[in-house]
Write a protein that binds this ligand. Structure first.
Ligand SMILES: Cc1cc2nc3c(=O)[nH]c(=O)nc-3n(C[C@H](O)[C@H](O)[C@H](O)COP(=O)(O)O)c2cc1C
Length: 161
């Protein structure tokens, strides 16, 4: 029997994740979306992956440009996460934002926990998503605390010890 998708979504919502804005560039076009389906893959060579829904506009821009940056959001950047997840004002997601251009040409957002600037090394078809594996060509980090996502909401980390 097929797995109940609603039940599956509820289960996956219980997975604690960080939140990133995946930014990308193809020529003069820059784009970005909020993503939590990203992870480290390899240290040597340095590889990470992000899963982009096929219906997301970010997907064809990554496919065409061959680059992406993972901007790992900090605890006080929930508004940025919402901005890059919303379809409203999609063309104005970068308006008024503080960002610079990375080595790959992808926008690197200010105030994040870290950024991983990547060139696409592989793209794997995976159901309704495409898995983009990127080679990290530049990293930046701060000492900021990360934004955490769980059960459809943002959380703040606290130390247990
Ligand atoms: C916390 C959070 C995590 C998300 N993670 C992903 C993800 O990993 N992959 C994805 O394709 N969409 C993810 N989304 C949804 C996209 O951000 C959303 O569909 C966005 O509007 C896509 O923009 P685009 O069509 O301009 O690419 C997430 C949304 C939120 C709020």
């Amino acid at each position: 029997m097929a797995v109940d998708v609603v039940e599956l979504k509820k289960v996956l919502a219980r997975r604690v994740s960080g939140v990133a804005v995946v930014t990308t560039r193809a020529g003069d076009v820059i784009h970005g979306m909020t993503a939590s389906a990203f992870t480290e893959v390899s240290l040597v060579p340095p590889l990470v992956l992000v899963c982009a829904e096929k219906s997301a506009n970010t997907h064809p821009v990554i496919a065409q440009g061959g680059v992406f940056a993972l901007n790992l959001l900090a605890h006080d950047q929930a508004a940025l996460s919402n901005r890059f997840a919303s379809k409203r004002d999609e063309d104005r997601r970068f308006a008024g934002l503080d960002y610079e251009t990375g080595i790959t040409g992808a926008p690197l957002l200010a105030g994040t926990v870290a950024t991983l600037d990547c060139r696409v090394r592989a793209a794997h078809d995976a159901g309704d998503h495409v898995i983009y594996v990127g080679e990290v060509v530049d990293v930046r980090r701060s000492e900021r605390e990360p934004l955490v996502y769980l059960d459809g909401g943002y959380r703040l980390l606290s130390r247990s010890e």
